[in-house]
Design a protein around this ligand. Structure first.
Ligand code: APR
Length: 177
């Protein structure tokens, strides 16, 4: 278990629906609708009917922000935080970068306000939303390291494939020095 103040950022390879953390993060869309990718996996694992109803009750979430629901049938987590990253092609690069960082930072802030000690993220925007992998991993590690130190919430970045894991680890190592 990571301790607050010790740069509590880690990278693992796996399926986020099976990752133990107080909150797991969904790479959501603004409509909070069930999608493909990690979003589809989370809706299936949590129970699509219950999670869809909770998302409908919230309504929507702007790009760069996050909302929280229970984790329902996902027993390894208490909460699902739905963070909306940018669709890369819809923004100038600097704006996409700010929106991606904001999605991570808002998710960690929300976790902190709900008393979470740990949060696990997928690589937001790097799949269907088309954010270039290397840049996205660099921003993810940078903002999560900063927010983990600030908040004391332990952050795990969950890679689903080897390329993403290698990229996240490269930047995480650079942050240790
Ligand atoms: N656990 C962890 N990571 C996963 C999982 C999983 N079970 N399934 C997929 N991933 C990874 C993908 O391999 C990718 O690296 O999550 C990363 C993000 O990819 P997407 O799920 O495509 O998310 P994103 O690019 O942010 O697109 C969001 O896709 O599913 C829809 O509703 C979602 O409209 C939204 C859009």
């Amino acid at each position: 278990m990571s301790e607050a103040g010790q740069a509590p950022l880690s990278v693992i390879v796996g399926d986020i629906t099976r990752t133990r953390a107080d909150a797991i993060v969904n790479a959501a869309n603004s409509a909070l609708a069930a999608g493909g990718g990690v979003c589809g996996a989370i809706f299936r694992a949590a129970g699509a009917d219950e999670l869809s109803a909770a998302c409908r009750a919230i309504g929507s979430c702007p790009t760069g922000s996050a909302v929280i629901t229970p984790a329902f049938a996902i027993t390894a987590a208490k909460h699902i935080i739905h963070a909306v990253g940018p669709i890369y092609a819809e923004h100038a690069p600097a704006e996409a970068r700010a929106l991606l960082r904001s999605a991570y930072a808002r998710a960690i802030g929300l976790a902190e306000r709900h008393g979470c000690r740990s949060i696990a993220f997928p690589a937001i925007s790097t799949g269907i939303y088309g954010y270039p992998l290397e840049e996205a991993c660099q921003e993810a590690v940078d903002v999560c390291a900063q927010e983990a130190r600030r908040s004391g919430v332990a952050v795990t970045l969950v890679a689903f494939d080897a390329d993403t894991a290698a990229m996240l680890r490269k930047f995480a190592r650079a942050h240790e020095h």
